[in-house]
Design a protein around this ligand. Sequence first.
Ligand SMILES: O=C(O)c1cc(C(=O)O)c2c(n1)C(=O)C(=O)c1cc(C(=O)O)[nH]c1-2
Length: 361
Amino acid sequence: MNAIFPTPDAAESERLLTPEELEAALRDIGARRYHILHPFHRLLHDGKLSKDQVRAWALNRYYYQAMIPVKDAAVLARMHDAELRRIWRQRIVDHDGDAPGDGGIERWLKLAEGVGFSRDYVLSTDGILSATKFAVEAYVHFVSERTLLEAIASSLTEMFSPTIISERVAGMLKNYDFITKETLAYFDKRLTQAPRDADFALDYVKRHATTPELQRQAMAALTFKCNVLWVQLDALYFAYVSPGMIPPDAWQPGVGLVAGADGAPQPAGAKKTQGTDVPRLPRGVRLRNDETRGKYVLLAPERTFDLDDNAVAVLKLVDGSRNVAQIADELGKIYAADPRAIEADICTMLDGLAEKRVLER
Ligand SMILES: O=C(O)c1cc(C(=O)O)c2c(n1)C(=O)C(=O)c1cc(C(=O)O)[nH]c1-2
């Protein structure tokens, strides 16, 4: 029989374990099935993957990160106890942040950008392996449909994540010249968040799994979750390592990278803004006064850009009919400045926005 996945013997699963025995049984599941054991992670941590294979991992894992707060909102919706919700909701805050630009999802986007992806491509979720989506969605369904005890127990893989995170960060920094500490900043916070969350969940499971059947369910939930993580790596391995069979529609190396990242087309002479250009905001992009924060922001689909005062002054004059020279003339009048002197700064500022694709000209 398969020694890695033994079936607990029937008599053992009938017996009520002490809370300590239950914890040991849960830890044993992790010791045998957690994704730290997967060959893809070994290759990733040991520096054996190509840059494109690391990119495939970062891109697919974004989907997991983006869905974790959806999963936690589903768990929260099952909780009838305000005290419990108050604790659990911190997980959603950790991932979503309290403001745009903050939180774990944002930090994962930075990781994906750090390996060369364009933010828009990652956000689109185009190119994510179907198997990744199926696995992650199975997790969301699981916590929605099973008991609260099972939902909480399924998060217990986090007991094992500090070890894999430490190994991953050290290994990737050492072995890949394109990986920096800033790129991996996502993991810094996880080293405190994961133990805090896991301690709470473990305590809950030990106190609520009070019959052999409930204990069996908690163990099965953790096994299920290990499999959710494991099959995502199977799919990555199959598509991008061996046999390297990338499914139709999945990410192909070279796609979705920022101009200039290796493998991506070089910027076609990256157009520079000139005085005669007429700047305009693309469809879906708006200048908005964010009253709660007392500042103007540029709102784009799924993104918000903070603006400095100069950018706000320029963007208030961007109306799709004035050209850059005319905008400089207007600002020259308002600020008693030489329009020709500020025109160059305006062009540089607009180039920056155009590069982020929140301005056309
Ligand atoms: O880096 C990892 O290997 C790893 C593993 C896990 C995990 O074990 O589920 C999580 C995370 N990271 C993580 O970053 C994260 O936010 C997270 C949330 C959860 C969960 O089940 O609620 N697991 C994990």
